[in-house]
Design a protein around this ligand. Structure first.
Ligand SMILES: [Zn+2]
Length: 431
């Protein structure tokens, strides 16, 4: 009976032969093997050497678990002496490719740990795999490379975005991502800082041919990406053609200006109608509807806006002007030239708008003037930063989960692991 339930498992590891297998009191497997290699490459000169020279001490190498029990391979690797380098008395011990750099885990085991790490903390994984956090950290350090192979990725569109490392701190990190059309969004770099000098070394590490084939680079206008890219792309025409200010950052800039005006006016109204409960009720809870498009608001939200605008007609004008510009960006198939005309007309109108001697739009239209070419590039390449939003959310989760990242390198490695390695390691869901 028992015989029929036995399962033969192929270890699938080369250069070894199994001598015996035992199971200890924990149920863990110990596989004793001998090495079948009869040569190795000399550590010093790289030549093949066949002159056997004893054995190393026993190595115990952890491999993938079997039925939730640990698997250890016990082996004494042979040593070889090199004829070329004999005068130095140097020997090289044999080590197959399936053993990791530290010699005590198989590479398959390390991959297995990495798979567990995706969307989990180091602590969780070390507990589940019954090992220490140091071991898991070592696996990340050895296996996750944060240096991109540009030729392999060959991006046509890249994005630069800043994120705050911790809330309320001014420590920023720049995320460089691959936004090429029809490609999954991937991380190209995680840079400490967001100043021109922080990011220039990375930008300068992009190979010339990749740089020349880029069709778009999206940035926000707040950070110093603009000046860094100017330094990188000396050809002004080309700069004006490919550097694109992300439309959502434009919308946010305008939204913030208009919202400041709302705050100011609402404050005035509250003072004016201090003793009028009905009117105070109309002012209450208008922030949310004011910040959204009419179409996205329900009946209640629209009513709230109408009541607010009855009390403050200038705010209505302000809101409508904001929405007018947003709508231009939503128009499908609008050419860059037509967009320029429309926005120029909008700017003229916005510059005329004034409440009590104040114009909330002037600083926006001035900024628009400074970045006009690059803002309008959206209408040429139509790069959507939608995928970047998803990416940013993932990074936020990593940030929260990794509370207490000891340094940026660890944080960067986690971003690379969770975002870039995911599809490579895990099967794609089929539903
Ligand atoms: Zn040698």
């Amino acid at each position: 009976m028992a015989k029929k339930t036995k399962l033969k498992i192929d270890l699938n590891l080369d250069s070894i032969k199994i001598k015996s297998v035992s199971i200890d009191s924990n149920g863990d497997y110990h596989i004793y093997v001998s090495c079948t290699a009869n040569s190795t490459l000399c550590n010093k000169c790289g030549n093949k050497t066949t002159q056997s020279h004893g054995q190393c001490d026993e190595s115990i190498i952890e491999h993938l678990p079997i039925f939730d029990h640990c698997v250890y391979i016990h082996v004494k690797w042979p040593r070889f002496k090199c004829d070329n380098c004999d005068s130095n008395n140097s020997t090289t011990s044999f080590k197959p490719k399936w053993v990791n750099a530290t010699g005590n885990k198989t590479r398959e085991y390390e991959n297995y740990c990495l798979k567990f790490l995706i969307n989990s903390t180091i602590k969780d994984v070390s507990e589940k795999l019954n090992t220490t956090e140091e071991v898991i950290e070592g696996i990340i350090t050895r296996n996750i490379k944060t240096k991109i192979n540009w030729a392999e990725v060959n991006p046509t569109i890249i994005g630069l975005d800043e994120i705050a490392l911790r809330k309320g701190h001014s420590h920023y990190v720049t995320i460089v991502s691959n936004l090429s059309v029809n490609k999954e969004v991937k991380i190209l770099g995680v840079i400490d800082g967001n100043s021109r000098d922080d990011i220039l070394p990375f930008l300068k590490s992009i190979p010339e041919d990749i740089l020349l084939s880029l069709e778009g680079i999206t940035i926000d206008m707040g950070a110093s990406y603009f000046s860094a890219l100017k330094e990188l792309i000396k050809d002004v025409d080309r700069f004006n053609r490919i550097v694109t200010i992300d439309r959502f950052h434009v919308a946010k800039l305008l939204g913030d200006k208009v919202d400041k005006e709302r705050k100011k006016i609402v404050k005035q109204l509250k003072l004016e109608f201090e003793n009028d409960d009905d009117k105070l009720e109309s002012i209450k809870g208008t922030m949310w509807p004011f910040r959204h498009h009419r179409n996205d608001l329900g009946k209640e939200g629209n009513n709230k806006l109408d009541k607010l605008f009855e009390l403050a007609p200038s705010l209505k004008e302000c809101y409508n002007l904001r929405e007018e510009l947003y709508e231009i960006f939503e128009l499908e198939g609008l050419s860059k030239e037509d967009a320029k005309d429309k926005i120029d007309r909008w700017c003229k109108k916005a510059n005329k708008f004034e409440t009590k001697g104040f114009n909330p739009f002037t600083s926006f239209t001035k900024t628009y003037g400074n970045f006009e070419e690059n803002i309008l590039n959206y209408f040429t390449n139509r790069i959507s930063s939608g995928p970047v939003e998803g990416l940013n959310n993932k990074i936020k989760v990593i940030k929260r989960r990794g509370f207490g990242f000891r340094n940026l390198t660890n944080f960067a490695k986690r971003i690379f692991l969770d975002i870039n390695y995911k599809s490579a390691l895990l099967p794609t869901p089929t539903n």
